[in-house]
Design a protein. Structure first.
Length: 236
């Protein structure tokens, strides 16, 4: 027998998702303003072609997510589905370009402490993201599952933007603080979903758990000698 989930307030859900999408867009711009969007103002070393492609693809993905949320909020479901089919191709491109960029960054940072270890976290985060958008595609006909998988997929990739926020507390806190902040954002959505439905939705439960445990697991993997050997082979 299928579990019967409580109905949610669709108006509140569309409103919340629009706010989250807007905040992700704002966070992305703020975090990458100095190093990418407003680089001509702040200066610094020129970006490689790969980084330009990565920045463009990620920007298109975040804008697509914002568009898709707005299409649902304005009840344009048919157009939302049509755009979504194209969007999955972009999601695959996000992962592939992300992998290439992560390996390139590790190649340039391999002489630094933890340079090769962090590659496990970078690649692990990309796999989590792609797993969630794939689940979103599989469950595209079940809106309650689809919307949660897609929203949490986008929350899963906000760590790089958080790490680049021009705040001293972020710089002092380091990598652990960045992922704690990301996890807090995920848990905030979990608590809202729980309060709104009176029952934790399985998509929210499993997706949020995957996001939260991925960081400590990939950190442990990154410290293994066998991973260092694999990472050296990847960057060679």
């Amino acid at each position: 027998m299928k579990a019967i989930l409580p109905r949610t307030n669709n108006a509140n859900k569309r409103y919340l998702h629009s706010i989250i999408a807007g905040l992700i867009l704002l966070l992305t711009f703020t975090g990458f303003a100095q190093s990418y969007y407003l680089k001509s103002v702040f200066g610094g070393d020129a970006l490689s072609i790969l980084l330009h492609i990565h920045g463009l693809v990620m920007t298109l993905w975040i804008l697509l997510f914002m568009l898709q949320v707005l299409l649902i909020a304005t009840r344009k479901q048919v157009l939302h589905r049509r755009v979504g089919l194209w969007g999955m191709s972009l999601g695959l491109l996000v992962m592939l370009i992300g992998i290439a960029t992560a390996i390139d960054s590790a190649r340039r940072a391999q002489a630094e402490p933890g340079g090769l270890s962090f590659l496990a976290t970078s690649l692990g985060g990309l796999l989590v993201f792609f797993a969630l958008i794939t689940l979103g595609l599989i469950y595209r006909r079940q809106r309650d599952f689809h919307s949660r998988f897609m929203l949490l997929a986008n929350l899963s990739i906000i760590a790089p933007a958080i790490a680049r926020l021009p705040l001293d507390v972020i710089e002092r806190g380091g990598l652990s603080l960045v992922f704690i902040i990301k996890d807090v954002c995920v848990l905030a959505f979990v608590l809202y979903d729980l309060a709104n439905t009176r029952r934790l939705h399985p998509a929210t439960a499993w997706a949020s758990l995957l996001i939260i445990v991925s960081f400590p697991i990939t950190r442990m993997i990154g410290a293994l000698p066998i991973w260092i050997d694999i990472a050296k082979w990847l960057v060679s």
